[in-house]
Structure formats: structure tokens, C-alpha cells
Unconditional design. Structure first.
Length: 357
């Protein structure tokens, strides 16, 4: 079954006669188009790929299953969209309420006063949760590249090196491999590791520091996301105690991720194990998220979402402990859910690494 047919089935199940898809990740999943501006209109008896004149040639190369329409200046998108809606004979059109801005909606309403514009969730977000074999292969390749990047980064990590210098090393490594950063990397050291989303700074790394690397590559349109925390020099007893208990929680959660599991229950498992040492109070974010064309793809593992775990999903598992004045740590792997359990796609060692200095 093609992705377009999967979308049509989802719209039919939701009793949705027509929908405009606008999120870039959904557009690429549906059509293969990788440009920065595009939309897909799917109706009961018609479908269109819409873009502007900058991408007419690219759309002809990448979009195989849909007729392509493009517009050029001085026509505006809302005017172009109005023409397409009129051609399709639509009186009602659903749109992605989580992606379309208030400003865009106002323009559409003004241009199409007789068309009912209906806010809805993009059904492709849920469809994208189940990855194809090709998508999983691309994520696996991105994970392997990120493992290699982390090997290089640890080789460069020593007292006196600045966090920002390690960031530059990562960028320089990815480019020749045809990859880009999947997100702004988190490279923090010493007391700054207590910041779950700290940015690389000019701080020089010191002996005895924790150093946390949260990095990812975007390769062939798909992302990886791995976190490791290491110690520069010998670890203290407290550093080792906290790290090893965090690792216990992370390993247990990976083992629990299998078809039929509930994301909220697995998140609770991490907190229960951390609480054995009074550490759950220092774990303030969710256990993980979906991973794919976006680094934070559809799906969340947390106390606030009751997510069903299904074969074909790709998840991050990333518990963390962040103690102000002491430091923090996070251990993150990417996994794909299989029919019998899961496969870990990130292969970098996760025992407590003590770097020579």
C-alpha cells in the first residue's frame, strides 16, 4: 500500500472529505519532496502537489504519484490555493491545526469566504510512527555515523579543551559524510551538566568533570539522537554511584519496550528505579520521544501521554539525573520496536567511561 493510500484510508476513517497537508516532514513522507515550500491537497476525487516556481523542476523530479501545480509572483499562495479549491469543487477543507499559523489561516479565510476551513490533526503524524524497512535503514545509518562522531569527540576531550571546540569538531566531522546536525548539540561539562539542554560554551574542561554529549546526525533525510556522559579522569565514588544507577534504569526501560507496552508505564519504571536511590526527583523530563525524519518525531514517552508501543516505531530512551552543584548525566539510545521486542540502533558503549588526562 502506498503512503498516499494510507493517508486516504485515514481520512476516510476520520470522515474527512478533503485536507491540506503542510508540514514539511509529512510532505516528504507522502511525496519524497525535500524542498522548503510545498503542500498536498487530498480530496475524495482529486489530489494535488502544490508549490511555487522555485521548485517546479525539483517537484517534477521528486513527486511521482501526484499531479503538480505551481504558481509564481505576483500571485500569492492564498490566491493560488483558492483556485485549486474551486477547481476541486470543495466547500470544506481541513488543515493541520498544529502547523498552520494564525496569520496564514486569516489569509485563507479572507480569500475563500465560502469555504469552511476545519482545524484537525495531521493524520500523517500518526502514520509516520510506523517506519518502513527503508526508513529504519536510514535511521540505522545515521546512528552508526553518530557513534563514529562520538568516538572522535571523546578522543579530543581532555582538560583545557573548550566545550565549543568540541562542537566545531562535530560539525567538521559530519559535513564530509554528507550529513548535517540533526539538532543543536548539547555539549556541557562540570557543573554545567546539570542543565539538561545546555549549549556549548567557552568553558574549558577540567579534570574530574562530567562531560555530557547529546548529539545527532541527519543523514539522507533521517535523524539519530544519542547521549553519553563521561568523566575526565577517575570518577568519584558519588559520580560512579549515580551513573550506575541511572544506567540500571535505562537498561531496564529498553528491555520493557516491546509491542503491547504502554509508554507511561515504561516512563514510570525509570522513576521507580531511580527512586531506589532518591534520584527520581532530579529527573524532570520525559523518558523519550519518537525519532525519524524529525529528531523529535511523533510520539512521546512520559507521564502525560498513554502511548501504545507498536512494532515499527523508533524511540529514544533517555533518562537523566541533574543535580545543581554536583552535575548531571543522561544516557540515551535509539531503538526500533520489533515483533518480539526491540533492536538498539546506537552501538556506542554506555558503561561509565573515564577518559585519560
Amino acid at each position: 500500500m502506498t503512503n498516499l493510500q494510507r493517508l486516504r484510508d485515514a481520512l476516510c476513517s476520520a470522515d474527512c472529505a478533503a485536507m491540506l497537508i503542510t508540514a514539511p516532514a509529512s510532505i516528504r513522507w507522502l511525496t519524497g519532496f525535500s524542498g522548503s515550500f510545498g503542500a498536498v491537497l487530498v480530496a475524495a476525487n482529486a489530489e494535488y502537489f502544490l508549490t511555487d516556481s522555485r521548485y517546479t523542476i525539483q517537484a517534477a523530479e521528486q513527486v511521482a504519484d501526484l499531479p503538480t501545480r505551481s504558481f509564481k509572483s505576483p500571485q500569492k499562495f492564498e490566491e493560488f490555493l483558492t483556485d485549486i479549491v474551486r477547481e476541486a469543487g470543495l466547500s470544506q477543507l481541513a488543515f493541520d491545526q498544529n502547523h498552520v499559523t494564525v496569520g496564514s489561516l486569516a489569509k485563507w479565510q479572507k480569500a475563500m469566504p465560502t469555504v469552511e476551513l476545519v482545524p484537525a490533526n495531521d493524520p500523517i503524524e500518526q502514520l509516520r510512527e510506523i517506519k518502513s524497512a527503508d526508513e529504519i535503514a536510514r535511521i540505522r545509518s545515521a546512528c552508526q555515523l553518530t557513534d563514529d562522531a562520538l568516538t572522535l569527540l571523546l578522543d579530543k576531550t581532555r582538560p583545557g579543551v573548550k566545550e565549543i571546540e568540541l562542537f566545531w569538531t562535530l560539525e567538521d566531522f559530519l559535513r564530509p559524510h554528507g550529513a548535517t546536525l540533526a539538532f543543536d548539540p548539547i555539549i556541557v561539562s562540570g557543573p554545567r551538566t546539570a542543565r539538561p539542554h545546555g549549549e556549548p560554551s567557552d568553558r574549558p574542561i577540567e579534570r574530574g568533570d562530567f562531560v555530557t554529549f547529546d548529539i545527532g546526525a541527519r543523514l539522507d533525510g533521517y535523524c539519530s539522537d544519542i547521549t553519553r556522559t563521561v568523566v575526565v579522569g577517575p570518577a568519584s565514588d558519588r559520580q560512579r554511584e549515580v551513573y550506575e544507577h541511572l544506567l540500571k534504569a535505562q537498561v531496564a526501560c529498553i528491555e520493557a519496550m516491546k509491542p503491547g507496552a504502554k509508554g507511561r508505564v515504561v516512563d514510570s519504571l525509570a522513576r521507580t528505579i531511580l527512586d531506589e536511590k532518591g534520584l527520581a526527583q532530579y529527573f524532570g523530563h520525559g523518558l523519550g520521544h519518537g525519532l525519524g525524519a524529525l529528531v523529535h518525531d511523533s510520539g512521546r514517552l512520559s507521564q502525560t501521554v498513554d502511548h501504545d508501543i507498536q512494532a515499527g516505531q523508533v524511540w529514544t530512551i533517555e533518562p537523566g539525573v541533574y543535580i545543581d552543584g554536583f552535575g548531571g548525566m543522561r544516557i540515551e539510545d535509539d531503538i526500533v520496536i520489533t515483533e518480539s521486542g526491540n533492536e538498539v540502533l546506537t552501538g556506542f558503549p554506555k558503561h561509565l567511561i573515564e577518559l585519560p588526562c
